[in-house]
Design a protein around this ligand. Structure first.
Ligand code: DX5
Ligand code: ZN
Length: 221
């Protein structure tokens, strides 16, 4: 488990026409991971990109590619995302009938396995898969779109998840509505990785990205 705060900009808020440049810019601006939101128009009401696009930008940075799959079903596509160069693959507990099998399949591909929970999903669903997990991603908005308002219940949920995890080396990542105002709340509750889209990509330049990342980081000190 990383002791330092991991900042994972979501490219959902970037300029897709310059995706490779945007990834390079945010990586040079101090991002730790690159968060890739894959949406299918079925599990969530929006469509983004798939493994071919991810593969095409993989060589723009050596940062960890943190892939958040919002697709249902997911099992048939895990291999393609691993081949595309994703380092972490996170599936939604609500999007797979056999969560234990999906997590096992991800690790068998040689990548880290994550599970994501929607705001309304109780943390108890991960109780029996803790030993298969490298990361738990708690949604602090309903998945599908960037720029939504942070749902505060996730702060208490983060505390409960940390209790469930105990000493296991599992990262706890928060996704949705993360800003310099909300980041300290979840960091204090035990989250060690924060995804932010609009709060980081606002301004549109590498200098802005750096200032935006620093602002979130410093708010959590
Ligand atoms: C939402 C995505 C998030 C989103 C976050 O479904 O999973 O990663 O991009 O965007 P902001 O930070 O703007 O809420
Ligand atoms: Zn995400």
């Amino acid at each position: 488990m990383a002791d330092d705060l991991i900042i994972a900009p979501s490219v959902l808020a970037s300029d897709f026409s310059r995706l490779g440049d945007e990834i390079e810019a945010v990586a040079n601006a101090g991002a730790d991971w690159i968060h890739l939101d894959v949406m299918d128009g079925h599990f969530v009401p929006n469509i983004t990109f798939g493994p071919d696009i991810i593969k095409s930008v993989r060589d723009r940075t050596d940062k960890i590619f943190d892939c958040h799959l919002m697709i249902e079903p997911c099992d048939n596509y895990l291999g393609a995302f691993a081949n595309a160069g994703c380092d972490i693959i996170t599936v939604h507990a609500e999007a797979t009938k056999h969560l234990d099998r999906s997590l096992q399949a991800i690790r068998e591909l040689g990548v880290k396995a994550g599970v994501s929970l929607n705001p309304s999903t109780p943390e108890s669903v991960i109780e029996y898969v803790l030993d298969r997990l490298d990361l738990i991603l708690l949604m602090s908005v309903n998945p599908g779109f960037g720029g939504q308002k942070f749902i505060h219940c996730v702060v208490e949920k983060t505390r409960r998840i940390k209790q469930l995890i105990g000493e296991r080396p599992i990262d706890v990542e928060i996704d949705g509505g993360v800003t310099a105002d909300t980041a300290p709340l979840v960091a204090a509750a035990g989250a060690n990785a924060l995804v932010a889209g609009s709060a980081i990509f606002k301004g549109g330049t590498r200098e802005n990205y750096q200032a935006n990342i620093t602002k979130i980081r410093e708010a959590c000190l």
